[in-house]
Ligand binder design. Structure first.
Ligand code: BYC
Length: 317
């Protein structure tokens, strides 16, 4: 028995090493399946919880054009959540179980969405920094070894690029505006910079899953590599806006060909991950009540599907 499992695992790893995708009906080690359920569902939860801080500004967008773009962006995030929940379901877990894990606090979602959106500039900063960080992480995931996840990520990345640009354009408009608008943009960058760096996860030395996930080609780059890539791309963008990145230790290192940067507050990161961030409770309460208030829609949809099935059976029989 164990010989067979060893053999299957060897063949599985050889397939991954050869760059082939794993599909839902293929044999896979239980740990590979569980790792994917964890990561893809956390990603799905992040998308739908991520609708909340931005949704907060739909009614207060400063113009019709901004409102339309923000509405479209928030709807895109809902769509991303749906593709990702569907991809997770291919691994043999139901959507109800996934929601239960989110609502009970068992499943994580990205730390970034536990911070409040205090001004309109935060909508710009989220598009620019949060979607910007998301793209860096997710471009790598378009080549992840699990087929349904990789395919979902291709479309998601295209949409995230649009989100990043609309966020940067909001920042650019504010930075070319009055002093008060520029101050608002700077304040936003001050509050979102460090949490955006935390999105990439703990330092490599403290990451529990990276080594195995690299072996299985779930991840192609480590948390620290992606974080550095994000900093190197984003600092010149901040300079172009005329904003100051809130890090006194930030400095170009000619020898490394990268920016050196200051110490991230890891205590804050773990507090937020454990549920003690500024908005964790508010976010989970909002998701739970959306689920409860939507019960009648799910029941009506199920009743309709059942009726259609009965009709189909009556016609066949
Ligand atoms: N927040 O061993 P590690 C978006 C957890 S949404 C919370 O490095 P891994 C968007 C980690 O889960 C962006 N928890 O883990 C939406 C693990 O705990 P568990 C979301 C975090 O999986 C709307 C522990 O820390 N993107 O794009 O190898 C609007 C140790 O970490 C965080 C994704 O989900 C965090 N930031 O690497 C705009 C991308 N970081 O599970 C934008 C897919 C780590 O053992 N996910 N933890 O209890 C990934 O690429 C990887 O899961 C991560 C972490 C890089 C996030």
């Amino acid at each position: 028995m164990s010989l067979t499992i060893d053999r299957l695992e060897e063949e599985f790893q050889a397939k991954i090493d050869a760059g082939q995708n794993i599909e839902p009906k293929d044999w896979m080690p239980e740990k590979y399946r569980k790792t994917h359920i964890r990561q893809i569902s956390q990603h799905a939860h992040s998308e739908i919880v991520g609708m909340l801080p931005e949704g907060n500004w739909i009614t207060r967008a400063p113009s019709l054009r901004r409102k339309v773009a923000l509405l479209a962006k928030v709807q895109d995030e809902a769509g991303h959540g749906l593709y990702l929940y569907s991809a997770t379901e291919t691994l043999g877990i139901s959507r109800d179980e996934l929601f239960e894990q989110l609502h009970s606090g068992k499943a994580k979602y990205s730390s970034i969405f536990n911070y409040p959106t205090l001004s309109w500039a935060d909508i710009g900063a989220i598009g620019w920094l949060v979607d910007g960080a998301a793209i860096i992480n997710q471009v790598m995931l378009t080549r992840t070894s699990y087929g349904p996840y990789a395919r979902a990520m291709v479309r998601i990345c295209k949409e995230e690029s649009f989100h990043q640009r609309q966020g940067y354009e909001i920042m650019l408009t504010l930075c070319r505006g009055t002093q008060a608008q520029k101050d608002m943009a700077q304040d936003s960058l001050n509050r979102w910079w460090w949490p955006s760096l935390m999105m990439f996860g703990p330092r490599d030395a403290e990451s529990t899953h990276t080594e195995q996930s690299m072996k299985w080609k779930i991840k192609r780059k480590t948390n620290d590599e992606l974080r550095q890539q994000f900093i190197d791309i984003t600092v010149p963008q901040a300079e172009f806006l005329g904003l100051k990145v809130p890090d006194e230790d930030l400095k170009w290192n000619e020898e490394r060909g990268h920016y050196d940067f200051g110490e991230i507050n890891w205590d804050e990161f773990w507090q937020v991950v454990k549920g003690n961030g500024p908005c964790n409770k508010e976010r989970l309460d909002a998701r739970r009540s959306a689920y409860e208030n939507g019960a009648w829609v799910r029941e009506a949809a199920m009743a309709y599907a059942e009726k259609q099935e009965q009709k189909r059976l009556a016609e066949v029989g």
